[in-house]
Design a protein around this ligand. Structure first.
Ligand SMILES: [Zn+2]
Length: 96
């Protein structure tokens, strides 16, 4: 399946990031969810201080990396798992 993500290819680019533009929105291929995973249609996602620490290089990670690990959206596929309080088509906040 096709997904879009904010990809960081290089840490430590100079500020302001509006000029160095360290992130690129990229369409990627992603394997479908496994039997113990949920598929969530993400409607909004944010970058937090942890992500900014990766961008500026103070929290090194293997590159390239998709940033953003806090999102909101609707569950579209549950693959047989039923976590408490999670129902298909109901808006959820997710952390990963
Ligand atoms: Zn965070």
């Amino acid at each position: 399946m096709k997904v879009r993500g904010a990809v960081l290819r290089e840490m430590g680019l100079p500020r302001p990031y509006a000029e160095s533009r360290p992130l690129e929105i990229v369409e990627m291929d992603l394997a479908p969810p496994g039997p113990d995973e949920l598929l969530v249609r993400v409607r909004a996602a944010g970058l937090c201080h942890s992500d900014l620490s990766v961008i500026d290089g103070s929290r090194p990670r293997v590159m390239p990396m998709v940033l953003g690990h806090e999102a909101a959206g609707e569950v579209v596929d549950q693959r047989g798992i039923r976590p408490p309080g999670v129902r298909r088509a109901v808006r959820q906040a997710v952390l990963f």
